[in-house]
Ligand binder design. Sequence first.
Ligand code: 16G
Ligand code: MG
Length: 481
Amino acid sequence: MNKDQRSLLLSSSSRFPPPQGPHFSPSRIFPFLSTEFGFWFVNFEMLTPGVKLSYGTAGFRADASILQSTLYRVGILAAPRALKIQSVIGLMITASHNKVSDNGVKVADPSGGMLSQDWEPFADTLTNARDPQQLVHLIAEFVENEKIAVDGAKSVEILLARDTRSSGESLVEAAKQLFRCASLDGDADRLVYFIVPSRSSNKIELVDGDKILSLFAIFIKEQLSILSKEIDVNGNNDYQCRLGIVQTAYPNGASMDYLKQLGLEVTFTPTGVKYLHEKAAKYDIGIYFEANGHGTILFSEHYLRWLETRTTELADAFKGSEQHKAALRILAVSELINQAVGDALSGVLLVEVILKHMGWSIQRWNELYQDLPSRQLKASFLGHLSILWSVKVMDRTAVVTENAETVAAVTPPGIQEAIDAETGFSLLIAVKYPRGRCFIRPSGTEDVIRVYAEASTQNAADSLAKSVAKLVDQFLGFGSS
Ligand code: 16G
Ligand code: MG
């Protein structure tokens, strides 16, 4: 087990407090479903002394009210089981003929039979682990003994089903929160992913267009660097592929830093797919995304023709070499991703393929960098007071931006200086909002001016956005006329 897997197990465990209290009945343990090894989420039960959970005739069963936490442990069990037998594992949430207030989980091997009996003791031990450390220790020891390679393991598939007990719904939900979820907008031209980290929290962790772009960029960059490695072939390997990343003013500052640190060429355009697309088309491979999930990858005809020739050369002389495989992968991406302006479904497919290739969970992907807290507000034209801090402005077209909207509000005169002063840019020594960045721009789809602010804390981002919204009011609101 690698460091990431250990820390994922340790951190996720704290999100699922174990059932406590005297009403527990002695046999229980439960299910949970994970789609891949990297998704293991565990819960650790501080069991009431004397309460022992045990794998019964057909899995674990108990009162449904205490099953949430143990759900995760059977998910943990299912992942190495699937890795061991290199096949799909089934989890069925049911308590069969038990009373309706009970529920449970059955684990099915691909043969159609129940979980192999020689794994039952491990199931027992796992579900009775005292704390996160013990749980991680048990898993590490078990996979080592069973010679199950989990470090760098590819994803495995686990199927989950439930019966019609009403408690099953929440158990499935509990399981689902550990999955990666993708969300498409109404016309399916935008795509974001998200994680629901905890059932008790109504918050999600958004994996936005910036992270999708980063994932695509890492993958393509890696394949290009493999492809450019020297190989003794009488062909044409001197083509320098121009890879370009295109973003708007909206990517989170942390994503900008991350892409810069990868050494990628990043350019910025005004908001709107038509600008990004046009810019990305100037590269051999142009990857563009807006934080809101609009984006794709473009390949120039010229580059694709070169790549096809090169792939044939490699296939002739070095079939199966890493360079040959990298060339095939890039070609496959060009065929999988829809190079039209917006096809979120092809985006989902590419994300899934890349995650699978990397052996990454959504958590691992999400940890590429941590977003800075941000806030977006709208200041609206003539009195639409729908949200806190909204500002009435006389005419949104009075705000004219430049520099791909990244910093400058060119008119009305003085407003950019005021925003800079508020952000702290004009103070050479003190920075009022650490890592603060703020800009305003007129929306192209609504009669409003958008205010975007980010800073090192959520309070600071909120406060910066609020102050700048006030400035917009001073310069453009009724007070100014
Ligand atoms: C439109 C654009 C989108 C942009 C958004 C900005 C297309 C297909 N979509 O939805 O790219 O992010 O407008 O809206 O061009 P805003 O100007 O109101 O902030
Ligand atoms: Mg749309």
